[in-house]
Design a protein around this ligand. Structure first.
Ligand SMILES: *Cc1c(COP(=O)(O)O)cnc(C)c1O
Ligand code: SF4
Length: 330
């Protein structure tokens, strides 16, 4: 057992995540009436909120937009027509265990099944990671399979969250990818810099800058209040070694307003991040209460285009199983 003093701060933060619904409600001064629903929903997809994210949630407000993203609700257990377990057809896209190739030139590697934060709307909330081998043993096989796909220029480390891997495992993976001749770009999809900003360490920057591959980090942030001074500092550091982009999901009761989305783009830009995608909700079971009607989404986009320079307007897209790219909405 490693001495906890030797454990990096980000590991301690992960271990200190709140996972018990009763504790979350108590710490945030929320009505106990929410507990039965929270417990029922957490049995399907566990609660997980790390301390830095918890600190940004406003106590006493059940409608807080950061809370809504993480609090299990009884509503999640409702069956809603059209909402299923694998809404984007990922299981059909696996070329090797843990390696998804849906789009030309890019391959997505399920690097680690773990996430720092459990987002209630996650389209992979029911993904069978174990069967897909998103673990240490399978990563080598996925890299070998990738070496046999000469059309792939860009490898995307996704998950779960690739930055939940420890530095040794991550460095090993990055080193294994480096010699694959057809690769030019290493992309990471991660919520860690927002959920656990402690994860952005000098060691991490060294791993990413040590690769011959050009590095792109796509963070996941949905609301301007997710970006505090600590997150901004983490992003600025990350920006010294990678191109930074953000993807958000359009979520009812979280960011379905022009002011919020405008603020998000401006605050991201202030931290050196450009908006990339605004995803229409994937219709995963348990997330129906987050859906924003299509007409409303289009009105929001029009509002954003009127207020922001084009480079701060994210692309509104949806994922359609078997389509050749993310599909523009509108
Ligand atoms: C979203 C996704 C990508 C990346 O798509 P971009 O449009 O390049 O961001 C690649 N592979 C899979 C399987 C995906 O789901
Ligand atoms: S961080 Fe990403 S993969 Fe993990 S729960 Fe949230 S949306 Fe899903």
């Amino acid at each position: 057992m490693a001495d906890s003093c030797q454990m990096p701060a980000w590991r301690r933060a992960l271990a200190a995540a709140v996972t018990d619904p009763a504790e979350l409600l108590a710490r945030l001064d929320l009505p106990a009436g929410l507990l039965p629903g929270a417990r029922a929903a957490a049995r399907r997809f566990g609660l997980r909120v790390p301390p830095a994210y918890l600190a940004r949630i406003r106590p006493g407000d059940p409608a807080d937009p950061l809370l809504r993203q993480v609090l299990p609700l009884g509503e999640e257990c409702r069956e809603v027509a059209g909402f299923g377990a694998d809404p984007v057809g990922d299981l059909d896209a696996a070329q090797a265990p843990g390696l998804l190739v849906k789009y030309e030139g890019r391959a997505l590697l399920l690097t680690s099944p773990a996430c720092a934060l459990h987002c209630r709307y996650c389209f992979r909330r029911e993904f069978p990671y174990a069967a897909q081998g998103a673990g240490r043993a399978a990563r080598g096989a996925a890299v070998a399979a990738l070496a046999g796909l000469p059309g792939v220029r860009e490898v995307i480390l996704s998950g779960g969250d690739p930055l939940s891997l420890d530095d040794t495992a991550l460095a090993g993976l990055v080193e294994a990818l480096d010699p694959v001749p057809h690769l030019t770009t290493l992309r990471l999809h991660t919520r860690l810099p927002v959920a656990v900003p402690e994860r952005v360490t000098p060691e991490l920057l060294e791993i990413l800058s040590g690769s011959r591959l050009r590095c792109v980090v796509v963070i996941h942030c949905n609301h301007p209040r997710e970006i505090d001074a600590e997150v901004r500092a983490a992003l600025e550091a990350l920006g010294t070694v990678a191109t930074l982009l953000n993807q958000s999901v359009l979520l009812a009761g979280v960011n379905d307003g022009v002011d919020v989305l405008e603020g998000l783009s401006l605050d991201l830009f202030a931290a050196g991040v450009l908006p990339y995608y605004l995803h229409a909700l994937d219709r995963v079971r348990g997330a129906a209460h987050f859906e924003v009607p299509r007409e409303r989404a289009l009105i929001l986009m029009e509002g954003l285009r009127a207020r922001l320079p084009g480079y701060l307007v994210p692309r509104l897209v949806e994922e359609i199983a078997a389509a050749r790219s993310k599909a523009p909405v509108g």
